[in-house]
Each structure stands twice: as structure tokens, then as C-alpha cells.
Design a protein. Structure first.
Length: 399
């Protein structure tokens, strides 16, 4: 059977999945990282009338029309007034002189630098120069950063309407699994996927709902899946995706759901199954950590982005020269971890060999390369696009 590509899987899912995005109102303090569900308009005009553009003294420009007035005997509040940056001031005054160009005398009068010329409107911000009432400040779909929060506050908002975080249930399955931190005995393995999934789902903008480890018992698996479907928008089963004697998960999805795919042309994680059950996506990913990472990264990330109404979030990419030959399967895409280095001649990428490298080496690599179907061999020296799992500034320099 010809396996579908990642893109075909997602296209087939969206044809059948009726995506619904609920909203909620949150305070500005709780809006960081959330996605706006509506446009934000200013409720005010600022400055309301006008304001000083700098720290200084507000004066009447008419007093300077016939030459330099005698300012040493001026009286504050009558002939001038203080007007610091952003301050309103009495309508009798229409210009501001920078405080650095003025000396305030002990008697209250002023000494103004000889080179100062005064015209009406000097250093005065007119009404609405910061923002106008009903001005569009933030657009729907904005993922709120600190400066966006300030922008919403300037618009007069104490709350904003955001999309609810999609709840993603993660169910680790396998009789051999023990929780992270527990001792590992013969025939046992650590559930490293749950803490990884929790972090990834949060980073994607979702709300993780972690279930305890479920042993390989079909009735228990069905009961936990039913519970997860009642609480979550998306469900991820980890493990039980192959054809082992106790690999029930794929069979359950095929029997209970509208099957989207049974396997995908992408490794690691080729045995992935995806189905709609009760109108909700349920993915069964392979148990190995790297395979679970890949399935979460391309499939669950795409679903969360769709529910939040935002574009698929992509990592920063660089063009790098391969430092050694790379063999990948022609019939499917392959995720290859890369160690990326910066040199005087550009970026270099060193593939981390699957199977020949430790799990630590694989996960500590700072780049990801996705091979293209139909291209099975890339010789050393080829230029490839690598997705970075760090900022470009964090790439080590090797000369």
C-alpha cells in the first residue's frame, strides 16, 4: 500500500474535520502568548487635546513675534509654565522650549538661550498623535507578545478576547513503561514521551492533559480513550502502533473512527495512525521518543495552529553545506538531526546517524533536516535547508 505524505494526511484530515474554535475573555496579564480572536480598536484619542513632546517650559509664541522678550521677570503660570514629556498644559500656551535651553531663575523668571527661536506648535504633540479613537491597534490572529499587551492597554482595554487553548490529551501506553524518575527493571522502559509532549503542546499554544500510563489491556485502553475524548479536543496515543501481540491502539482507532491514515511516508514514526472519533482527531504515534517527537511536531502542531487560526509555526532555517554523505529512503521523507556549525565560509551541517548515535547525541543536535521524497542520496558538499532548534546566534563557530 502506498503511504500518504505528511501533507496528504493533513489535507485529508481537514476535508473531514469540522474545526471549531471557542473563545474566552482574559485579562491583559493572562494574555501573553495567547491568540487574539477579534480585532482590537482604540477606545480613546491620545493625547486627548495636546501634550508636550519633551521636558521643558510652555510659552506663548506670540510673545516672540516682535523679537526676544524680557523673560527674566516672567511669572510662572502667567507668562510660562512647566510642561514635561506627555504633559498637558494651559491653553494659553502653544509652544514648548526644551528645558536644556532654559534656566529657571530664583525669582521664577527665565533665561533662554540666545539661539532659541519660538514658533507656535514647537515641540507640541497634537491631539491624536499617539492614537485616534477607533484606530485599529491589533488584528485578529495576533499572538500576544509583551508589546502587544502594552498596545492593548493604550487602546483602553483591560481584557481581550482570545481563542481557547485546544486541550490535547496525551495517553502513554505500554505494559513495559514506568514514569520518569522511577527505577527501571528488566524488560521496562521509561515514559519520556509524556513530559516531552507536555512541553511541546504548551509551546504550540495548546493545553496538555496528561493521562497516567495505560497497560496493554484493550478494555482499559478503550475506557481511557473514551474518557479523553470527553475532555479533550485532540487525543494522542503513544505506543501500540505496530503489529505486536499487544499493539491494540491502531485496531481500536480503525474500528471506532473514520480512518484518515494507517501509516505515513515519513520516518521516524511511519506506523502512525490518525482517525476521527466523535468528530475529534485521534493520533496514535510510535513509542520511540524521536518518533513521538516528529509526530507531535508536524501533525499535532498543525492541528493546534488550525484551531487557533494561525499559520503553521516554522523554525528559522539556514542553508548549510553537508559535511558528509547522507543516505535517506527515496520513498518517504526522513527527519535527520543535524549538528549545525558556523564557519567563515557559511554554515556547515553534520548529520547525526540514526542507530549509530546515542539518544543524547540525537536530541542535543541543534538542527533538523527533512529529506525530500525521491531523493535518496545527498553527497557531502550538497547544500541543504536546515531548521534550527536554537537562534542563529547560538550556533557554535568553528573557524
Amino acid at each position: 500500500m502506498k503511504l500518504k505524505s505528511r501533507y496528504q494526511v493533513l489535507d485529508d484530515l481537514y476535508e473531514k474535520w469540522n474545526v471549531t474554535a471557542d473563545t474566552e475573555t482574559v485579562s491583559l496579564g493572562d494574555s501573553f502568548g495567547r491568540v487574539l480572536a477579534e480585532d482590537v480598536y482604540s477606545q480613546w484619542t491620545i493625547p486627548v487635546v495636546r501634550a508636550s513632546a519633551m521636558d521643558g517650559v510652555a510659552v506663548k509664541s506670540s510673545a516672540f513675534e516682535s523679537g526676544r522678550p524680557d523673560t527674566e521677570k516672567w511669572v510662572r503660570g502667567i507668562d510660562y509654565d512647566r510642561a514635561d514629556t506627555g504633559d498637558d498644559f494651559d491653553d494659553a500656551f502653544d509652544a514648548v522650549i526644551a528645558i536644556e535651553q532654559v534656566e529657571i531663575l530664583p525669582n521664577g523668571g527665565l533665561l533662554i538661550d540666545d539661539d532659541v527661536e519660538v514658533t507656535g506648535g514647537d515641540s507640541v504633540r497634537p491631539a491624536g498623535s499617539t492614537l485616534m479613537k477607533d484606530e485599529l491597534m491589533l488584528v485578529k490572529g495576533t499572538r500576544m507578545r509583551a508589546e502587544h499587551i502594552a498596545c492593548a492597554a493604550m487602546a483602553g482595554r483591560a481584557t481581550v478576547v482570545v481563542y481557547k487553548k485546544p486541550v490535547v490529551a496525551f495517553i502513554p501506553t505500554g505494559s513495559e513503561l514506568v514514569p520518569a524518575g522511577a527505577p527501571v527493571g528488566r524488560g521496562q522502559n521509561i515514559d519520556s514521551n509524556s513530559p516531552m509532549a507536555e512541553a511541546m503542546i504548551r509551546d504550540m499554544g495548546g493545553e496538555p492533559l496528561l493521562f497516567p500510563i495505560v497497560k496493554d489491556n484493550r478494555s482499559n485502553l478503550e475506557a481511557v480513550l473514551e474518557d479523553a475524548l470527553s475532555k479533550a479536543d485532540i487525543v494522542v496515543l503513544s505506543g501500540g502502533s505496530s503489529k505486536g501481540e499487544e499493539d491494540f491502539n491502531t485496531h481500536i482507532l480503525k474500528e471506532k473512527g473514520d480512518l484518515i491514515c494507517d501509516g505515513v511516508a515519513a520516518v521516524p514514526g511511519r506506523p502512525m495512525t490518525l482517525a476521527l472519533i466523535d468528530g475529534k482527531p485521534v493520533m496514535n504515534s510510535s513509542g520511540p521518543p524521536f518518533a513521538a517527537f516528529y509526530g507531535l511536531d508536524w501533525c499535532v502542531r498543525a492541528m493546534i495552529c488550525d484551531m487557533l487560526g494561525i499559520s503553521f509555526t516554522e523554525r528559522h532555517r539556514v542553508r548549510a553545506r553537508l559535511m558528509e554523505d547522507l543516505h535517506t529512503p527515496e520513498v518517504m521523507e526522513m527527519l535527520v538531526k543535524m549538528n549545525v556549525y558556523r564557519t567563515r565560509h557559511g554554515f556547515r551541517a553534520e548529520p547525526v546517524a540514526r542507530g549509530a548515535s546515542s539518544l543524547g547525541d540525537t536530541f542535543n543536535a541543534n538542527g533538523i533536516f527533512i529529506s525530500t521524497r525521491g531523493v535518496g542520496f545527498l553527497p557531502a558538499g550538497s547544500i541543504v535547508q536546515v531548521e534550527l532548534e536554537c537562534t542563529p546566534d547560538e550556533i557554535p563557530f568553528i573557524g
